[in-house]
Design a protein around this ligand. Structure first.
Ligand code: C2E
Ligand code: MG
Ligand code: MG
Ligand code: MG
Length: 286
C-alpha cells in the first residue's frame, strides 16, 4: 500500500471535515422539518428504588423517527440542534410534551412517578426556557413535584447568576434538579455546595466497569458518600446486570436506572406499564 505524502494526508483530513460538516448541515435541515412532520417523540425510562424496585421517576428521552425509516439517536442530533438554534424549539416541544403526558397520566390515576426532562446548556442559558416550563406547568395544572430536570455538571458551572437564581426558586418549591453524568465533567466538587441540586446521577461508565475495576468502584463509592453527606439523592445510571445491581445496592444508591429493569419505552408502552401497576407496584426485590 502506497504511503500517503503530506499534502495528500492534508487533503484527506479536509475532506473528512468537509463531509462531516455537510452531514451535519443536512441533518439540521431535516431536523427542522421533523418537528412539523411529527417525527419527534418522547420515550420514558423508569428509575426504580434500589431496595424495593418501586418506580419513582420516569426520564423523558427524545426520539427521532424519520418518515423514511430508521431512528436517529439524540446523542447525534441534540448536538446538531444545539449548534443550529433548533434546540430552542425542540426543547420547548419536549417540555410541553412531557408536561402534557404527565397531566394525562395524572388524570387517569397513573401519575405517581415524576417525569424528568433533560435540559441542554443552550436551553439553560435562555431565560425563556424556564418561563416556558412554568407556563406549561400552569397550563397542565402540575406541581413542582410532578416534573424534574436533569443538567450536566459543565452546564451548571457555566450558568449565569440569574439562571442559578431561577434554579434556586424551583429548588425551594420542591422541584427535583439532578446532575446528569456525574463524575464525567471537569469541575471541582466545591460547586456542589453552590448549586441548588437535589440528586446526583452517577455516570453509566462507572457503573458499567465497577464489577471489574476497583477504581470505578472507588469513584462510585465516593460519589455516593459525598451525595448522601450533602443530603442528595443518588441515582446509578446504566445498570444492565445483576452484578452491577448488587454493587449499586451495596453502595446504598437510592435509585437505579438501566436496561436491567427497563429500557426507554414509548408513551403507549409506559401507559400500559403504569396501568398494570395500579393497585400496588410489584416488588422486584426478594
Ligand atoms: P442521558 O440524559 O444521560 O440519558 C441516558 C442515556 O443512557 C439514554 O440514551 C438512555 O437510553 C441510555 N441508557 C439508559 N439505561 C442504559 C443501560 O442500561 N445501558 C446503556 N448502554 N444505555 C442506557 P439516549 O436516549 O440515547 O440519550 C442520549 C443523551 O441524549 C441523553 O443522555 C441526553 O444527554 C440527551 N437527550 C435525550 N433526550 C433529550 C432531550 O429531550 N433534551 C436534551 N437536551 N437532551 C436529551
Ligand atoms: Mg438524563
Ligand atoms: Mg446521564
Ligand atoms: Mg449521558
Amino acid at each position: 500500500r502506497a504511503k500517503l505524502s503530506a499534502p495528500n494526508r492534508c487533503w484527506f483530513f479536509n475532506q473528512k471535515i468537509h463531509d462531516e460538516l455537510l452531514h451535519q448541515h443536512r441533518l439540521a435541515e431535516r431536523l427542522q422539518l421533523a418537528l412539523a412532520d411529527n417525527e419527534l417523540a418522547l420515550h420514558y425510562q423508569p428509575q426504580v428504588s434500589a431496595m424495593s424496585g418501586r418506580i419513582e421517576n420516569l426520564e423523558a428521552l427524545l426520539r427521532w423517527f424519520p418518515k423514511e425509516g430508521g431512528a436517529i439517536s439524540p446523542a447525534e442530533f441534540i448536538p446538531v440542534a444545539e449548534r443550529s438554534q433548533l434546540i430552542h424549539r425542540i426543547g420547548e416541544w419536549v417540555i410541553r410534551e412531557a408536561c402534557r403526558q404527565q397531566a394525562e397520566w395524572k388524570r387517569r390515576g397513573l401519575g405517581g412517578a415524576r417525569v424528568d426532562i433533560n435540559l441542554s446548556g443552550k436551553q439553560l442559558a435562555m431565560a425563556n426556557t424556564f418561563k416556558h416550563l412554568e407556563a406549561c406547568m400552569a397550563e397542565f395544572d402540575l406541581t413542582p413535584q410532578d416534573i424534574g430536570i436533569e443538567l450536566t455538571e459543565n452546564v451548571l458551572i457555566e450558568a449565569e447568576e440569574h439562571i442559578l437564581n431561577t434554579l434556586r426558586g424551583l429548588y425551594h418549591r420542591g422541584m427535583k434538579i439532578a446532575i446528569d453524568d456525574f463524575g464525567t465533567g471537569y469541575s471541582s466538587l466545591s460547586y456542589l455546595k453552590l448549586f441548588p441540586v437535589t440528586s446526583l446521577k452517577i455516570d453509566r461508565s462507572f457503573v458499567r466497569d465497577a464489577p471489574k475495576d476497583p477504581s470505578d468502584r472507588a469513584i462510585m463509592a465516593a460519589a455516593v458518600f459525598i451525595g448522601h453527606r450533602l443530603g442528595l439523592e443518588v441515582i446509578a445510571e446504566g445498570v444492565e446486570n445483576e452484578e452491577q445491581l448488587e454493587l449499586v445496592r451495596e453502595m446504598k444508591c437510592d435509585l437505579v436506572q438501566g436496561y436491567y429493569f427497563f429500557k426507554p419505552m414509548s408513551a403507549a408502552d409506559t401507559t400500559r406499564l403504569l396501568t398494570g401497576l395500579v393497585g400496588g407496584q410489584p416488588r422486584i426485590v426478594s
